[in-house]
Design a protein. Structure first.
Length: 141
């Protein structure tokens, strides 16, 4: 099992670098165009040169705390995002209400169609010429 560990670590680093390169916006890629970095990672992945080169020189890394600022400053700078949780988003809640109305209307249509079909079946059973009620008693012989 341990003899496979180096191979698995190389493979994991190779896959991580490849996916990281694909997901990185073009504006954050340094040195070479993004397509060239992908080719370098793929060609030199087995010897770790491509993935390590990407991780060291290919992508702009941002500091962990935004340049040494305090956590409250970082939160203030990043809390201006427009993302809102679905249960607080009025547009999402409105879309749920609209969907609910459509579903209720569809359900009413289905129920009305079911009632109509049941009535048709009852009428057909009642009008059957050779139904059990219309059968004359057997003749005695």
């Amino acid at each position: 099992m341990l003899r496979y560990l180096p191979f698995l670590l190389i493979l994991a680093l190779w896959i991580y670098a490849f996916i990281d390169c694909l997901n990185t916006p073009e504006s954050q890629v340094r040195g070479l165009p993004k397509v060239v970095w992908v080719i370098i990672i793929l060609l030199f992945g087995e010897v770790l040169l491509g993935p390590i080169a990407w991780l060291v020189a290919g992508k702009q890394r941002q500091p962990a705390r935004g340049g040494g600022s305090t956590p409250s400053e970082w939160h203030r700078r990043h809390s201006s995002a427009k993302w809102v949780a679905p249960d607080d988003n009025p547009e999402f809640l409105r879309s749920l209400k609209d969907e609910n109305k459509k579903d209720e209307a569809l359900l009413k249509d289905w129920e009305a169609d079911l009632r109509r079909r049941e009535e048709e079946l009852r009428r057909k059973e009642g009008e059957a010429p050779n139904g059990p009620e219309d059968t004359p008693p057997p003749a005695k012989g």
